[in-house]
Design a protein around this ligand. Structure first.
Ligand code: 13P
Length: 248
């Protein structure tokens, strides 16, 4: 179980420009990063090439979304093949902002997951309940249903990281407590054990996202089933280095 490599993703969302991202990249390139942590930065698609050309090779690059087919008349979309062509190895899919701001369905997210994996991208698959769902006591039901659709579209779990991001914790400064995060992660791992396999349950990284900061990352990282983070706001600041090194 301890063999799961700690994974920290920075989701830059729709932020930055070449100046500010260039500065951030210099900070990351020159920082001392724990060898045993896998680090991925998710850039806006127009900056994928810029990020890949400038980031140190020990840091991987991700796209924040992609479409479900390779090419065609889909104005404004990008394909996994294009993401790979820019030298990026990962894509975030099913982020709550894609689900709730842009109305992406579980079905569409599942199709995207299948197509991205077929094209050899690693997938950071996001799930998480809204505040009203947590308050109604349906957190498990919601995250299991989201995970089920993802699982139906995964053949090789070696290329998947599951990101639990409670919607009420994203960009709100309201972090899940280490106990709340651990509880859901443990249940998700049990779900994988019951519905996929022991191997997958033991090996898949389940990372937490939602107002992770330099100040709260260590306690969260100390939880047995928290295998890393997906970080929004704080990934644009030098404190991202402390988050990467949370388990050092
Ligand atoms: P914040 O860290 O800004 O809450 O965002 C989390 C997130 O959505 C990462 O994908």
């Amino acid at each position: 179980m301890a063999l799961r490599k700690f994974f920290v993703g920075g989701n830059w969302k729709m932020n930055g420009n070449k100046d500010s991202l260039g500065e951030l990249i210099t900070t990351l390139n020159t920082a001392s990063l724990h060898d045993e942590t896998e680090v991925v930065c998710a850039a806006p698609s127009i900056y994928l090439d810029f990020a890949r050309s400038n980031l140190d090779p020990r840091i991987s690059v991700a796209a924040q979304n992609c479409y479900k087919v390779a090419k065609g008349a889909f104005t404004g979309e990008i394909s996994p093949a294009m993401i790979r062509d820019c030298g990026a190895d990962w894509v975030i899919l099913g982020h709550s902002e894609r689900r709730h701001v842009f109305g992406e369905s579980d079905e569409l997210i599942g199709q995207k997951v299948a197509h991205a994996l077929e094209n050899d991208l690693g997938v950071i698959a996001c799930i998480g309940e809204k505040l009203e769902e947590r308050e109604a006591g349906t957190t498990e039901e919601v995250v299991y249903a989201q995970t089920q659709v993802i699982a139906e579209n995964v053949k090789d779990w070696g290329k998947v990281v599951l990101a639990y991001e409670p919607v009420w914790a994203i960009g709100t400064g309201k972090t899940a407590t280490p106990e709340q995060a651990q509880e859901v992660h443990e249940k998700l791992r049990a779900w994988l054990r019951a519905n996929v396999s022991d191997d997958v349950a033991d090996s898949v990284r389940i990372i937490y996202g939602g107002s992770v900061t330099g100040a709260n990352c260590r306690e969260l990282a100390s939880q047995g089933d928290v295998d890393g983070f997906l970080v929004g706001g704080a990934s644009l600041k030098p404190e991202f280095v402390d988050i990467i090194n949370a388990r050092a």
